[in-house]
Structure formats: C-alpha cells, structure tokens
Design a binder for this molecule. Sequence first.
Ligand code: FNR
Length: 420
Amino acid sequence: QNDVYTAGIHGRKPVIPTDFAELERRAKAKMSARAWAYIAGGAGEGRTMAANRAALDEWAIVPRVLRDVSQRSTEIELFGQTLAAPVLFAPVGAGALAHPDADVHIGKAAAELGVPYIFSNQGCAPMEDVAAAMEAVTPGAPRWFQLYWSTDDRLVDSLIARAEKMGAAALAVTLDTTMLGWRPQDLNLGSLPFARGEGINQYTSDPSFWEIVAERLHDAADERPEISLGAIKTLFSIARNVPGDLRNNLTAPEPRAAVQTFLDIYSRPSLNWDDIASLREKTSLPIVLKGVLHPDDARQAVDLGVDGIIVSNHGGRQVDGSISSTDALVDIADAVAGKTKILADSGFYTGADVFKALALGADAVCIGRPHMYGLALNGADGARDAVANIIAELDLTLGLTGHTDVASLDRSALKRLSRA
Ligand code: FNR
C-alpha cells in the first residue's frame, strides 16, 4: 500500500482505481459491449450477484485495539507453497475479450505478487506459454490448473498430464458449469465468446482435442447431423493451433454450429462422484473441487479425500437466485473446517471482504472480475494493481483490527447483524 499512499502524497492518481465501484465504471467505459456483457454479466436477473455482495454486509468487523500490530504478515502456506497473501487469481476463460493475450498478462501479474494464478481450461493461451511467462518473472511462481471435465476422457487425461508438466501445484475441477448458465446479457446480444475463438486455445493446443475432433469429423455426416462438416472446419478456422493436415479446405463460417461442436466436447453434464473418485488414479496433484455450495457436498468431498474445495457460485453466473458465497461459506466451514482446505470466491472485491471470508473460515479467497477489469484498463500492470490493492487493504484491515497475521482470524473478529 506504500506505493499508493506515496503517490497520493505527491498528488498522483493511481492508474487503477482503489475501489471496486470506480474500477468497474472505468472498465465498462473501456470495454466493448460484448466483452462487458460476458465478463460483468451474471445469470438470470442478477440476483445471485447481488446476494454475494449483500451477504457480506450482514457481517460487521469488530476491531480490537492496543495489540502491537507494527509487524504484520499476510503470508500463508497452501499445498506446500508459500503465498504472499491468501489470495488467488480465479480462473477466467475467454479473457481475450478484455485484452489480447490476457492469460500471459495475468500470469505475469500473479507472479509479480507471489500469489497463484489458476489457469482456466478456457484460457486464450496454451498453459505452457503462460507458465513460461510466469517463470520469466519469478522462477517457481505458483500456478494451478482448472479443469472442465470433457465428455472425452482422452482430453481429460491429456490436460492433466500437461498441467503436471507445466508445474501446476493443484488441480481445480469446476463442478458448477457442466452446462453454461442462463446469461441474458450475452444471449440478448446474440454473443457467446467461443463464437470468435476466445477461450478455446487450451483445447486447440492439445493433440487429443484434434484426435477427438477428427473422429467426429469422420462420423459427423451420418451419426451427428448437428455436428456438420462446416462447423468443424469453422472451429479449425478460428483456432490458432490447427494441425497442418487438417488446415486444408476451410469453408465459410458457421459460428453457431462450431460453438455447439466445442460445447459438446468441453464439459460433461453426466459428471458424478464416481468420476471424482477416479481422479485420484489420474493424478498425484492436490485435488480441489470448485463450485461447492451445499454442506453435504462438502462432507462428501471430504469423505473422498479431496484436498480442498472452493465455495463458489461462479461469480453469480450460473444459477440465478442461488445461495450467496458468504452464506454457503458459513455452513460449509461449520461442516468441514479443518478437514480440507476451504477457499471461497464470488463477490469478494475488497480487502475487507477477504478479511471477512477468512474470519468466517476460508483459508484463501479467489478474485475474479476485479483482476479482469484491471487487465482491461492496463494489461498486466492493471491486473496486478487491482489485486495488489485488495491485498494492501487486507493488510491494513488486519492491523487496524488488532491482528498481525491471518492465522489468528476467526469469527470472534465479526458480529453477525440480524437480518431484516
Ligand atoms: C469465470 N469463472 C470461471 N471459472 C472457471 O472455473 N473456469 C472458467 O473458465 C471461468 N471463466 C470465467 C469467465 C469470466 C469472465 C468470469 C467473470 C468468471 C468463474 C471464476 O473463476 C470465479 O468463480 C468468479 O469470477 C468469482 O466471482 P467474482 O470474483 O468475479 O465475483
């Protein structure tokens, strides 16, 4: 926070606003309507997004005084790595909508801050490229991989093997998006990101993806009329990494059908607990389940021996009217605290928000939209500053409430205000 303070003393305005409302306003002014709809938008009427923010207001911080807070640390240990703060960059797909080469820029931002970046399965750059960019900033910079479980296990296996090889410290499996939610902002614009190829390069850089596509190409005509030859060729034409022998004969685009082809492969609606149980044989990486909201699901995850869960409603993008992340976190921490690592995301946009999540039982918090808005405004530096601001406010909030580290935080730091 010293940089921001010093800048203020000298009358210099920071490039990245220090509060979320202004950050959001400025990002909206900068982004295309299409990018704004996809990144800022939520499911349905936006009730879950609103609930995420409102639920935080029901918890008040109760500061303590006279506790010598001159020496403080926000560091934590997670899955064998030391993190500068209990904060992660959430996986965000189709980031190219906000900035070309989004993933590489975000990777650099995270590496500079010393906190993990969870690479999206729907990233805009192959994970190997992002890992290399992070290594160039800080050797060993922490990174995780987020998996959408494909309908085809060959792709699952290949993505996991690549994640292990590029140095992922954990594997986060996202469970809440076996299908895309009802997202009116995108639907009303007639715009889904994958139509123009955003968010498919993690797939198209994978040889097994092309193996599966080639098979479908072969079968398409008779067995799956909706996967037309033209659609698959379009998929090729918007991808950066088409194998040479398949690059020939590109025809006129059929974006809708191409998107359908991609959606058919990317995620498995039949996913169930047996699949998760089988994951242990596929990898020795710590397994983290993302998108857990019910305490019974959290208990079942613990019974399966998963290493962590991310309490998340996907930033309010999947189920409208869903339980808020904070309310779910309270129930889940009651159910499984100490038995697995508990992370949370969805609507935590300030240092004070992160403080509350930690006090309620989270070990760390993932940040989504704020870093995307910073990225849209000022590339890697913007993504970094947006999250640095959150970490700086967390550090101050710790000190001003009588804490010198995050380990000492528990619910005694908060008071629950009665609901109206
Ligand atoms: C996401 N999120 C997400 N999650 C995931 O597991 N894989 C993904 O590819 C994406 N893609 C994605 C794109 C965009 C534009 C957004 C905003 C979000 C969800 C993300 O990881 C996280 O759960 C939420 O963003 C957290 O909520 P906030 O911080 O955005 O409110």
